[in-house]
Design a protein around this ligand. Sequence first.
Ligand code: CU
Length: 366
Amino acid sequence: MQLFKAQRATASSIAALLMSTGAMLSPALADAGSKPIPEGHAPAGVMVDHMHKAGEFMVGYRYSYSRMAGDTLTGTDTAPEHDILHDACQNPKVAGHEHCMMKQSKMTMQMHMLDLMYAPTNWLTFMVMPQWMTMDMTMSPVEDPMHMGEGGEHGMHMGSHAHGTDGFGDTTFGALIQLSDGPGYHLHTGLMFSAPTGSTSEKGSSGALTHYMMQLGSGTWDFLPSLTYTGRADRFSWGGQVSGIIRMEDENNRGYALGNVFQATAWGSYRLTDWLSASLRVLHTKQGEITGTLDHTGTGMSPPDLPSNYGGRFWDVGFGLNMVVPEGALKGHRLSVEWAEPVRDDVNGFQQERDGTLYVNWSKAF
Ligand SMILES: [Cu+2]
C-alpha cells in the first residue's frame, strides 16, 4: 500500500513537473492541437498500426528482444534426445542417414529499428524502417542415453559453444492507405515492401554459412500487406490487424527462401490516466517451411540447419503499457512496452521452445 501511494505521488509530481516546465518553456504549445492520448498508438509489438495527419512527420525507435530457451519441440511436444539425434537432421532431398550431433540450447534476437513516417495527405502515410539485428546462439551436444558408449559411431563429441551475428537487417518501406475513418473508428491497409539489405552470407566458426535463423535478412524481396482496424469509446480502445509476409522470389542468392508468414492479432486497452493505458493482446502467427536449401550444404549438424525445421503455428498473449506526455515541453513523446508471452507452439520439424518477446517503442510526431 505504502509503495503504491509512493508511486502515485511520484507519478503525479512528475506530471506536475512536466506541466510546469512546459508552461515555462513554451506556453504556446499547451494550446497547440488536442491532447494526445496514450492509446492513440497500438501496443508496442504491433507495427503499421496508425497513420498521420497531413503534413505530419514521425520519428520512432522500435526495439525487440526475443528469446528461445528450454526444450526442443516437435509439433507441440518435447522431443526425446533420441529423436533429435536420429530424425531432426534428416533431409528428404539428400540420401543417407545424418545425425544431429548438436542442438540449440538458447537463442536471442535483438532488433533495433528506426521508424520514420510522413503523411503528405490525411489518407496516405509513407514509412521507412531500416533495422539493425543482433543474434546470439548457444549450442550443446545431443546426449542420447540409448546410445551411451557408442560415441564413436556418432562421431566426435563437441562441447557447448556460442556464436553470434550482427549487422544491418532488411529495410521495410511503403505506404499506409486510409480506407475508412469516422467518429471512434479507423480502417487502413498497409502496402509495405522489404528490401533484402540484410546479409545472408553470415558464416560460423567453421567457415561454412551459419543457420538460416542467424542470417540478418531474408535475402528475398518481400511484400508485407496488412489491414488494421482501430476503435475507441471513452477510456476503452480496441483494434485488430491481419498481416502477411509474402516472399516475392522463389529463392535468394543463397538458393533458398524463408516461408511466408500470416499473422492475426487483436487487442483491447483501457486508459488508466491521461498519460497511461494498459493493453491485453492475443496474437496468432503461422509461418511456412523454408524452401530450397543453402547452396553449400544439403544437411547439417543441428536442427536449425534444416529447412524443414522452420515455421509452424504460434500463439501469444501480450501485456502492454502505453505512455504519452499529454502536455508541456515533452508533449507528444510516446513510450510503450509490451511483453508477448508464448501460450502455444506447434512447430514444423524440430525447433526450440520460445521464451517470449519484449517490445519497446519510442516515438514523437512533429
Ligand atoms: Cu507514426
